[in-house]
Design a protein. Sequence first.
Length: 346
Amino acid sequence: MNARIFMLCCLLPLTAQAQGFAGLGSNAEGFAVPSPEPTFDFPRDHGAHPDYRIEWWYLTANMTGPDGTDYGLQWTLFRSALTPADGDNWQSPQLWMGHAAVTTPDDHFVTERLARGGIGQAGVTADPFAAWIDDWALIGSDFDTLNMRATGPVFAYDVDLTAQGPLVFHGADGYSVKSAAGQASYYYSQPDYTLSGVITLAGTEIAVTGTAWLDREWSSQPLSDNQTGWDWFSLSFDSGDKLMGFLLRQSDGSSYSSATWIGADGTATPYADGAFRAHPTKQSRVANREIPTTWQVTLPDRGVDVTVAAINTDAWMDVSVPYWEGPVRITGSHQGRGYLEMTGYE
C-alpha cells in the first residue's frame, strides 16, 4: 500500500484531511476510479496515471554491509492531483513528493522533496522507465533492471536492482479492495530484486548487498471515511516464499485486512479480510507516541506464526505527514527479513 501510503494526501486540500487517514477517504468526484477485472498494459502501466488522484512508486530494501551490519533503505515517489482537469506548465494539477531514508541498528536518516508537475522537476516515464524528483532517480532500460539514487543532508545511496521473479498482482488480479464499503486500488509489486551498491553515511561509503521490494499502486479514494491508518508488512522468508499483508484500522476499533502469499516461484495467492492477522506485542515510545514495534503475525492457511520485530524502533519518518517505516526481522515458524510501515498513530 505500500500501504503504502497514501502519503500524497499531505498535498490534498486541508478540508479533506479529516476524512480517513489524511484525506484518503475524501470524495473523488471527477477522477477515474479502479474497477474489478483490470487489464494491465506494460510497460505503460509502470508510468503515471494522471486521471487518478493518487499514485506511488515505493521501494524498500534490506541490506548488509561488509562487517555484517544490517541496513534498511527506502525510496518513494508520490503523485497527487489537485483536480481532475489537466494543464500545462505551472497550470498542471499534479503535485509530487519524494521520501528517502536509510536505517541502521542505531540511527534513522530521512529527508523529503516536494515538486510541482508540468515543469520537469519531477515525473515518471514508462519506456524506458524513469522516475525522478530533483536529483533523486529510479531509472532503467526496463522495470527489471534499475538504478536508484538519492541524497540527504547526511546520507546518500546509489544502488543497482535486478528482478529475480515475475510481477505479483494483489487482490483479484491487481484489484485490491481496502474496505467493506468497497474502496479499492490497483496494486502490483516486484517483490524480488537483488541489490548491490553503496550507501554513504556521514561521508563514509559502505558497500551493501541485499534484496528489495517495489510496490506500485494508484487510486482516487482508497480508504473509507472511518479508516484512520494502516499497518503494512512485506515479509521475505528464508525459504524463498513471501507474504504481503496489511491491516486498515477503523474508528470503531476493528480493522480490515488483506494479504498475498507469494510462493518461491512467484505464484501469488490472495487472502480476503480476516485470513491475515497481526497483533502488537511490544510498544515503543517514538516521537512522543506509543508505536507498536513488535508484532505477532499469522496466516494459518500457510502455517505462518511469526514474530516481526523492528531492528531500530526509532525509524520515524519526520515528514509532512509523519509515519513509521523500517526494516524488521522475522522469527518463529518462518525466518527472514522484511519491512513494516505504520501510519495514523497520533
